[in-house]
Design a binder for this molecule. Structure first.
Ligand code: ARG
Length: 571
C-alpha cells in the first residue's frame, strides 16, 4: 500500500508544481486538523504575491476532495482533515500489509560502524550506547530495504598489546584464557598495567613484544590472536545477552587495516597532502584550526614511525568505499570524537577516496550519567560492566513479575524477565535525543508506567490479551471503519502515522523519533480503551474495534522490533 502521507504529498506536490516547478510542500501532523501543509508562504514569497492569495491559487490546482477537506488557516497554512472514506480505505489496506504502510527504497549499501569495544577491556556504557543505537539503525535500514554491512571496529592493535601479551605469558596461557573467558577483562588489563608501571624488566619485555608483534613474529601473533579471540568471544556473549544482531563475522578490528596503511601514506604523499611535522607525517585539512587559529594536523604516521588511530580510519574509509561499495557510511561513536571524524572525512575527500556521492556521517551521542549527574561509574570510579547492568535489570523485572502473579511457567517467566530487562535498558537509551546526555536510572527505566520500554511491551501484551479472550481466532476478514467515536479516530490516525515516524527517524538518524511515536500511539490506545469497550460492543462496532486493536498490536510489535526490543504476547 502507499502510505497516507505519501498519497497526500503526491496530490499537494502536483498542485505546487503547477504553480512553481519543484516547489516542495511540507506536511506536518497537526493537533487542530489532521495535517497542516507548510510551504505556501515560501511559494508566495518566491512569486511576490500575498500568502493568502497564494493559498487560494494552490486550492485551485489541488485535487484532493476524495482524500481530505482543506481549509486555509492563519497567514497561509492549509489544514487537511481526512475524509471518512479515505481513512476507511487506508485502514483496510493497512490490515493487509505486513509492512504497515512502509515502502521499500531502492537498495543501497550502508556500512554502519558501531559497538567497537577494545580487546582485553570491559565494554563500558559508551559502548552500550554505540551498540544499542547502531543496532537500531541497522534494523531500520534493513527494514527499508537497504543492504547493511555492520563493521565492528574493535580496538585490537597498538602499544598496550606488548604488556598484555607479556602478562598472558606470565600467567600461563590456560590461566589467562580462563580469566578472560569469565569476562574479567578489566582485571586482566589492570594486572598487566600494574606490572608495567612497577617492574622495569616487564616494561622492557613489553616494549620488545610490541616490536615483535609489529614485525609479524609468529609466536607473538599467536598469543595476540588468543587475546583477540577470547575477547571477541566474550563480546559475542554480551551481544547475545542484549539481543544485538552483531556477529563475530562483523568484527573487522583495527588490525584488519594494517596492510593498507603503507598505501594510505604513499597515496597521500603522491596527492601532495602529506606534511612532515616534528618527525610525524600529517595532513592539514582545510578549515581545521586550534584555539590559537593554527592549522590542525591529522597525524597519519607518528614520529616513532607507528601508525595511529587516524591512519586506520583513513584506510577503513577507503576499504568501505572501494571494496564494500558503500553508498553511505555511518559511524556511531561518542560526541568527543567529532573532530576526529570530521578531519578523517575531509582528508578522505581531499584525497579523492570519498566521493561526494557517498554520504559519511558521524552519528554522535552524549554521555550516560549516574544519579549524581557525573559520568556513570561504580562507587570506586570503575567502569560498570554491561552484563552486570543487564543482570540487575533482570532481577528487578523478575520481582516485578512475581508481584503481578502472572500465570506462566517459571522458564517462561525467566525469559520474560530477560526481555523486559533488555527493553528497559535499550529503550531508555533510544528514547532520548542521542546527542544529549541521559541519567542511568534503573528504577525509572524498568517501570511499567511512563515513557519506558516495559510500558510499551505491556501495552502490546494488553492488546494481545484481548484476542486471547475470543472463543475463536480473529479473522477480521471484512472490516469497515466508520470511526464514530473520537478516540477511535485518534487511534486510527496514529496507526497511519507509522511510516512518517520511521522516515523521520531515518532522515535524522534519531531512533527517538520512532520511540516517541510508539509512546504516543500507546497513549492513544489507552485513551481509546478507556472510552471504547471492545469485546462487549455490539457488531459491527466490535469488529471495527478489534481491527484497531490488531493494527495497534502489530504496529507496536514492529516498531519495537526496529528498536531491537521484543514484544512478548503476555506479561
Ligand atoms: N574503539 C574505539 C573506542 O573504544 C571506538 C572506535 C570507533 N570506530 C572507528 N572507526 N574509529 O573509543
Amino acid at each position: 500500500m502507499t502510505s497516507t502521507y505519501d498519497l497526500l504529498r503526491d496530490r499537494l506536490r502536483r498542485a505546487f508544481d503547477a504553480i512553481d516547478e519543484g516547489a516542495d510542500p511540507v506536511l506536518r501532523i497537526s493537533e487542530r486538523s489532521d495535517y497542516q501543509v507548510n510551504g505556501v508562504m515560501a511559494l508566495a514569497k518566491a512569486q511576490g504575491v500575498a500568502p493568502r492569495e497564494m493559498a487560494a491559487r494552490v486550492l485551485e490546482h489541488l485535487e484532493i476532495d476524495d482524500l481530505a477537506e482543506v481549509e486555509v488557516a492563519g497567514p497561509g497554512f492549509l489544514n487537511l482533515t481526512l475524509t471518512d472514506s479515505f481513512l476507511n480505505a487506508q485502514l483496510r489496506a493497512l490490515l493487509g500489509d505486513d509492512r504497515l504502510g512502509v515502502g521499500l527504497v531502492e537498495k543501497r549499501t550502508v556500512v554502519i560502524d558501531y559497538s567497537a569495544p577494545n580487546v582485553a577491556k570491559e565494554m563500558h556504557v559508551g559502548h552500550l550506547r554505540s551498540t544499542v543505537i547502531g543496532d537500531s539503525l541497522a534494523r531500520m535500514y534493513r527494514f527499508q530495504g537497504d543492504r547493511v554491512i555492520a563493521r565492528n571496529h574493535v580496538g585490537d592493535w597498538g602499544t598496550p598489546f606488548g604488556m598484555l601479551i607479556e602478562h598472558l605469558v606470565d600467567l600461563g596461557e590456560d590461566e589467562a584464557v580462563a580469566s578472560l573467558s569469565i569476562g574479567d577483562l578489566d582485571g586482566f588489563y589492570r594486572g598487566a598495567r600494574a606490572k608495567f608501571d612497577a617492574d622495569e624488566g616487564f616494561k622492557e619485555r613489553s616494549r620488545s613484544r610490541v616490536v615483535a608483534l609489529q614485525g609479524g613474529d609468529p609466536e607473538t601473533r599467536r598469543l595476540w590472536r588468543m587475546l583477540v579471540d577470547e575477547s571477541v568471544k566474550y563480546f559475542a556473549e554480551v551481544y547475545a545477552a542484549l539481543d544485538v544482531t552483531l556477529t563475530p563475522e562483523d568484527v573487522t578490528g583495527e588490525s584488519y587495516y594494517n596492510d593498507m596503511l603503507e598505501a594510505v601514506v604513499r597515496d597521500l604523499d603522491t596527492a601532495g597532502l602529506l606534511v612532515e611535522s616534528g618527525g610525524a607525517l600529517c595532513v592539514f585539512p582545510e578549515g581545521f584550526v586550534n584555539r590559537e587559529g593554527e592549522p590542525l594536523p591529522l597525524i597519519v604516521r607518528k614520529s616513532d614511525e607507528g601508525f595511529g588511530y587516524a591512519a586506520t580510519d583513513l584506510a577503513a574509509v577507503r576499504d568501505r568505499v572501494d571494496h564494500l561499495h558503500a553508498d553511505e557510511i555511518l559511524y556511531v561513536v561518542g560526541a568527543p570524537q567529532g573532530q576526529h571524524f570530521d578531519m578523517v572525512f575531509a582528508v578522505a575527500r581531499a584525497a579523492g577516496w570519498l566521493l561526494d556521492s557517498v554520504r559519511c556521517v558521524h552519528v554522535a551521542f552524549g554521555n550516560v550519567l549516574g544519579p549524581d549527574r557525573k559520568m556513570f561509574a561504580s562507587r570506586s570510579g570503575e567502569t560498570i560492566k554491561l552484563i552486570d547492568l543487564l543482570d540487575e535489570a533482570r532481577e528487578r523485572a523478575l520481582s516485578a513479575l512475581r508481584q503481578r502473579s502472572l500465570d506462566v511457567a517459571p522458564e517462561a517467566r525467566e525469559r520474560l524477565a530477560t526481555q523486559i530487562a533488555r527493553a528497559a535498558i535499550k529503550y531508555a537509551d533510544l528514547s532520548t535525543d542521542r546527542q544529549r546526555d541521559y541519567v542511568f536510572d534503573l528504577d525509572r527505566m524498568i517501570a511499567f508506567e511512563g515513557d519506558t520500554g516495559p510500558y510499551l511491551q505491556y501495552a502490546h501484551a494488553r492488546l494481545r490479551s484481548i484476542f486471547r479472550r475470543l472463543d475463536a481466532p480473529w479473522d477480521g476478514a471484512d472490516v469497515t471503519f466508520d470511526l464514530a467515536e473520537s478516540a477511535e479516530r485518534t487511534l486510527a490516525l496514529g496507526l497511519l502515522h507509522f511510516p512518517e515516524a520511521l522516515d523521520g527517524a531515518l532522515a535524522t538518524l534519531q531512533p527517538h523519533r520512532l520511540s516517541g511515536y510508539l509512546f504516543d500511539l500507546a497513549q492513544r490506545f489507552t485513551t481509546f480503551y478507556e472510552a471504547c469497550p471492545v469485546l462487549s460492543a455490539p457488531e459491527p462496532t466490535r469488529t471495527q474495534r478489534l481491527a484497531l486493536c490488531e493494527l495497534c498490536a502489530r504496529t507496536l510489535s514492529l516498531g519495537l522490533s526496529l528498536l531491537g526490543i521484543e514484544a512478548p504476547d503476555q506479561m
